[in-house]
Design a protein around this ligand. Structure first.
Ligand code: ZN
Length: 120
């Protein structure tokens, strides 16, 4: 399932998050729809949403968020990316030189990924 964010034309800091599609939008309470007119904004996968937004969306079918667009943090940050760090042996290139640099081979330290798990 995908979500879509709408921004009110009356108040640029007023955002509405609901399921994607005209059906979900038309099912919103009239009072909410009248806070618009709404302009379409971000969209994405519901299962990437922060847990609090996801549970509110499941409970009431929409979430009203009052924040500047640049401050909207709807999705959980992918922690796996942050946990990885550049491989110290190949410096992120995933290959290391061999035969005095005439050839290269897959970096044995990171297995050719270019990154290693950061130490806790
Ligand atoms: Zn490496």
């Amino acid at each position: 399932m995908r979500y879509k964010v709408w921004r009110s034309n009356k108040d640029k800091e007023l955002h509405l998050l609901c399921a994607e599609g005209a059906g979900a939008f038309n099912a919103l309470p009239t009072a909410i729809r009248h806070l618009g007119p709404w302009t379409g904004s971000k969209e994405g996968e519901v299962n990437r949403l922060r847990l609090s937004y996801r549970s509110m969306l499941a409970e009431q079918g929409f979430v009203v968020i009052y924040a500047h667009a640049s401050k909207l943090e709807l999705e959980t940050v992918d922690v796996r990316v942050q946990e990885n760090t550049e491989c110290p042996m190949c410096k992120g290139k995933a290959r290391v030189p061999m035969h005095r640099g005439l050839r290269d081979k897959e970096c044995p330290r990171c297995g050719g990924r270019g990154w290693v798990k950061a130490k806790p």
